[in-house]
Every structure is written in C-alpha cells, then in structure tokens.
Design a protein around this ligand. Structure first.
Ligand code: GDP
Ligand code: ZN
Length: 363
C-alpha cells in the first residue's frame, strides 16, 4: 500500500525527517481499541504496541495515538510492530473525557469531575456535516458542528441529505446561508442519486474526510455509496416494528479507490464540544459585530439601553433561535473552561507535591 493512498503528504514527510535513516517506518493508525492499535505502512498492516519509552513519556491522553495519526514504527515480525512516536497532528477532533470525580449531564453539557482532552480522530482535511432534510433538521445542531469543526482545524462542508423528501430545498439552503457564511452547502439524495457528483472534487489522493451528524441522517448510506458496497451497517427502519435498528460500528479508516481516506469513528460522529470561546467569533460573526455596537462594553444583552442585540431582535435582523444557539454554545464553552482550569490546578498541585518529594524546587 503506498503511503499517499493512506493520506501521506509533504507535511508529514517533513515531520518524519527525524526518524529517517534510523530504521523507522511511517505508518497510519487505522484502528484503535484500548491499548491495541492497527497500523498500516508500505509493508502492510500490523498490530501495534507502544514502546516502553513512549508510555513512560506520555503524560496526558492526548499524547497517545488515535485513529488517523501518523506514527513512527519498527516491525517486530510479519504481524507485529512497535510504535515509537506520534508525528505532530495537522488537525484533530477531541472530546471531553472524564478521568475522575463525579460528573453529570446538565442542560446537555457534561459537568463536574476532572476532564481531559482525548483525541478521537486526526489529520482530517474535510468534515461533512450531514443533516437530513426531514423532521430531524435542526439548525442549532448544525451551528454547533460548525464551531467544533472550525476549532479542530478542519474545513467544514454542509451536506443536506434526503432532498428527495423535501420540496422546498432552497428555503433550507437560505437558512443555512445565514449561519454558515463562506461554507459550501450541498443538497443531495444518496437514495435517489441526486447531486452525488459533488463528491468528485473531494475524493482525491492524500485527502482525509469524515462525516458528522446525528444518527439516522444517512452518513453510513453515503459512505457505502462512495465505497461501492455495504461496508457499514445502515440504520434502516425495520419494516416489522417501524423502529430504527441500533447500529454500532467500531472506529475505522476506510479507503476509497481514488486514494482518499474516510475516517469513521463513533466518537467523531457525535461530539461534545472541546474548543476555546474565541472560536465563536468565527461561527457567530454577525452576533459579535452587533455586540461591538452595544452602548455598554459589559452589556448582558437583556434590558440595557442601547443594546444592539435587542434592537436587531426587534427588527428581525437577528432571530431568537440564532441568539439562543450562541448563548448555549458560549455557556457550554465557559463551563468547559472552568472545568479545565480546575483540572489544571489540581494537576499542578499534584506535580508540585511529587517534585517536592523528589527534591525539585518550583521556579
Ligand atoms: P446514519 O445513522 O447517519 O449512518 O444513517 P444511515 O445511513 O444508517 O441512514 C438512516 C436511514 O436514512 C436509512 O433508512 C437510509 O436508507 C435512509 N436514507 C439515507 N439516505 C437517504 C436519502 O437520500 N433519502 C431518503 N429518503 N432516505 C435516506
Ligand atoms: Zn447588548
């Protein structure tokens, strides 16, 4: 298998330079389960194990290999390899992972306990945010995915699937245009083969793509169409009881004949946000430029005089749904920031204690 067909390009070539001529091979992580990895190199696929030094130096979850990572390996035999390093990531999706303490869901946000960032897919170029043009269409959810994709360093593309079920597609596209300035939007029907040629420009060698969106929007059906077979199980409604079959798929990196790589992991498909607040200024540019016009710098956009948000809501220039989406994302990211701060402090204290025991002095 050529490395290019696995997504290799000059970016990774450069990052691999320190490992050249030292007996290392470049490989991509195509599957991961607990401490076991399957890595694919020019020499084929291997079961990968982490080297002792790697484990000793790995500090946080983020340091460990994830599906999509490029790693430096040495082969042990025909089936096994040792992973020595993860090459710097070009982009990645991460999720919040509770590592200790109690946690609970509050207003749809994971709160409490210590959390860490866990990488669930990396080195992705394009993320298709899939939504069905049916009763499940939800603009707030699409806005959330846009924030997430942008904060991950990945290019978002919006796919409105099931256009065969909708007779006012242009109304939906208009709604999307308001929240997704500068992002390509396509309406397709994979079942009726409408507009499926839009994928031609994305399916090229060295590219890595993913499909995000709620269950049932058609991600597996699209991936199966692109790969030309029943590779993934689809969530087809069972004719006997009318209920959707619950499908579970493991993480995998799939290959298209063009050389494009498709990452499909349950973790990426639906995510909790892990991002900094700043990212909202991109996703909600319209709201940020309005807040700049509020009379008071610390305007809470509630009852203050001279509040540009209030005026825009009254004039209909801003919809309450969009403003609420902004507020809920801001709230979610603020909660994350506080939890992270709390975690960083407790970690720092722990490290200080260990260092003191070892005789190191904090400077
Ligand atoms: P996933 O959970 O996002 O992977 O969704 P699936 O690919 O499993 O699809 C869920 C259901 O939507 C299945 O019954 C598909 O047959 C159906 N579906 C997928 N694409 C289309 C489409 O373009 N039009 C219609 N009408 N149904 C579709
Ligand atoms: Zn205001």
């Amino acid at each position: 298998m050529s490395l290019e067909k696995l997504g290799w390009n000059t970016y990774f070539q450069k990052k691999f330079e320190p490992y050249l001529d030292k007996g290392f091979w470049a490989a991509r992580v195509i599957n991961q389960h607990k401490g076991n990895y399957i890595v694919c190199s020019e020499e084929g696929s291997f079961n990968g194990k982490l080297s002792g030094k790697f484990m000793y130096n790995a500090d946080v979850k983020k340091d460990y290999p994830a599906v999509g990572d490029w790693v430096a390996i040495k082969m042990v035999n025909d089936t096994e390899a040792v992973i020595y390093a993860v090459l710097p990531r070009k982009s990645y999706f991460a999720r919040k992972l509770a590592i200790s303490g109690g946690r609970k869901m509050k207003n749809g946000i994971l709160v409490g306990g210590n959390i860490e960032e866990q990488i669930i897919g990396s080195n992705i170029d394009t993320a298709f945010i899939v939504s069905g043009l049916d009763d499940n269409f939800n603009i707030g959810r699409i806005e959330r995915y846009i924030t997430l994709v942008r904060s991950s360093g990945v290019t978002p593309v919006i796919l409105l699937n099931k256009c065969d079920l909708c007779n006012n597609v242009s109304d939906y596209i208009e709604k999307i245009d308001v929240i997704a300035k500068g992002i390509a939007v396509y309406s397709i029907s994979v079942l009726n083969n409408i507009n499926m040629d839009i994928f031609d420009k994305f399916l090229c060698c060295n590219e890595t793509i993913v499909f995000l969106g709620s269950s049932g929007v058609g991600k597996s059906t699209v991936i199966n169409y692109l790969l030309g077979g029943e590779i993934l199980k689809t969530n087809t409604i069972s004719s006997s009881n009318g209920k959707g079959r619950h499908t579970t798929t493991g993480s995998q990196l799939l290959q298209h004949s063009s050389g494009c790589t498709i990452i499909d992991t349950p973790g990426i498909r639906e995510l909790q946000l892990w991002a900094d607040e700043d990212i909202l200024s991109e996703s909600f540019q319209d709201i940020y430029s309005l807040t700049d016009q509020c009379r008071y710098r610390d305007c809470a956009h509630e009852k203050e005089d001279g509040c540009a948000i209030k005026t825009a809501l009254e004039d209909g220039k801003l919809t309450i749904e969009r403003f609420n989406s902004y507020k809920s994302q801001l709230n979610e990211l603020k909660t994350l920031k506080d939890t992270r701060k709390c975690y960083d402090n407790s970690r720092k204290n722990k490290l200080n204690k260990i260092n003191k025991k070892r005789g190191y002095v904090e400077c």
